[in-house]
Design a protein around this ligand. Structure first.
Ligand code: CUA
Length: 234
């Protein structure tokens, strides 16, 4: 089966925020400038203030100006616009760790293959939601899983998402990630976790009876050496 790699966008990108705030600035400055011209024209050219209007029908100079100036402005807007467009599509080129999340009815399987030297079986484990009547004291109801994904903080991570049966979706809202798992495809997205903690997620594609019990949390640790893998995952 041919497998294509496509991308899921990551909304929590600092560069995108800077570009979006630039657009907000452009929006407001344009809005106030145009409003000012409009109000000023209405004020000065009101029929009571200006009873005999001038009979100018065209002016070549100003017409050339108001054709060329906006097109120059549009060109300048296009530059950050394309930068935004392509940066939203960008997946980290050289991630420190790649994690493969495989959706099953109804649990996630995770694979860490970065530390394989040859063809050996990669580090793989299943992650099931802890059933409603099973949580330990302090655990959130239907949010905890038996095996968490453990990743280091402040590190570029690549998440590859695919299902083994029906479509699922790997979503961790607090990390700004929602990536569809589509049969026959490998979708990829990148995250960089800024703070230590437990991040809860869930399957976001109606995938059958236990769709609501497909949690996808990550446990973000401060461990940065490759050793953390053997210590923190089963
Ligand atoms: Cu898997 Cu919904």
């Amino acid at each position: 089966m041919a497998i294509r790699i496509s991308r899921c966008s990551n909304t929590y990108d600092a560069r995108n925020y800077r570009l979006i705030s630039r657009y907000i600035f452009l929006f407001y400055s344009d809005f106030f400038f145009v409003s000012w011209i409009l109000v000023r024209a209405l004020w000065h050219f009101h029929y009571q203030k200006n009873p005999i209007p001038q009979r100018i029908v065209h002016g070549t100079t100003i017409e050339i100006m108001w054709t060329i100036l906006p097109s120059i402005i549009l060109m300048f807007i296009a530059i950050p616009s394309f930068a935004l467009l392509y940066s939203m599509d960008e997946v980290v080129v050289d991630p420190a760790i790649t994690i493969k999340a495989i959706g099953h009815q109804w649990y996630w399987t995770y694979e860490y293959s970065d530390y394989n030297s040859s063809d050996e079986q990669s580090l793989t484990f299943d992650s099931y939601t802890i059933p409603e009547d099973d949580p330990e004291l302090g655990q959130s109801r239907l949010l905890e899983v038996d095996n968490r994904v453990v990743v280091p903080e402040k590190t570029h991570l690549r998440i590859i998402v695919t299902p083994a049966d029906v479509p699922h979706s790997w979503a961790v809202p607090s990390l700004g990630v929602k990536c569809d798992a589509v049969p026959g495809r490998l979708n990829q997205t990148s995250i960089s976790v800024q703070r230590e903690g437990v991040y809860y997620g869930q399957c976001s594609e109606i995938c059958g009876t236990n769709h609501a019990f497909m949690r996808a949390p990550g446990n973000i640790g401060r461990l940065l050496s490759p050793l953390w893998l053997s210590r923190t995952t089963p």
